[in-house]
Design a protein around this ligand. Structure first.
Ligand SMILES: [Zn+2]
Length: 145
């Protein structure tokens, strides 16, 4: 099984006119994905790709060829934030909602923390921690909770 997180590099860095909440959420997603990548064997993942797309390059995925799009003002606009997970059966699950993306990633971090014998945590932003706790996965994402 493989997963690929795609985020906008500019929004991640806080330019692009993104609000602070979006930037914080993207940073939370990338932080979770990096932990998952580091410990991918613990939850039987073959590969974890973190793709940061820039304005000056096509929004092409790195490994999993699925791109979410929406229609805005009669034009097709590619989503700049998405998570694709390839299942054992070959189905591709596409998450385009930022709350869902973070919830799925935090759930994986939680699984890893149960599988390895070390403390695996991600310091989420306030908004990120709130989203994950509301999802009720019982994800252990913040030691202070
Ligand atoms: Zn952006």
């Amino acid at each position: 099984m493989r997963i690929e997180l795609r985020v906008c590099q500019h929004c991640l860095e806080g330019d692009h006119g993104a609000d602070e909440q979006k930037t914080n959420l993207l940073q939370d997603m990338v932080a979770c994905a990096e932990v998952i990548k580091e410990h991918k064997e613990a939850i039987d993942l073959d590969a974890v790709h973190i793709r940061r797309v820039r304005d000056d390059e096509p929004g092409k995925p790195e490994a999993l060829p699925v791109v979410a799009a929406t229609i805005q003002n009669d034009q097709v606009v590619l989503n700049d934030t998405q998570l694709v997970a390839e299942g054992q059966d070959g189905n591709m699950l596409l998450y385009a909602n930022p709350d869902d993306i973070l919830t799925v990633l935090a759930g994986n971090v939680d699984e890893i923390s149960k599988a390895v014998h070390e403390d695996v945590t991600v310091d989420l932003s306030e908004i990120g921690a709130k989203i994950v706790s509301q999802a009720g996965l019982g994800a252990k994402v913040n030691k202070d909770d």
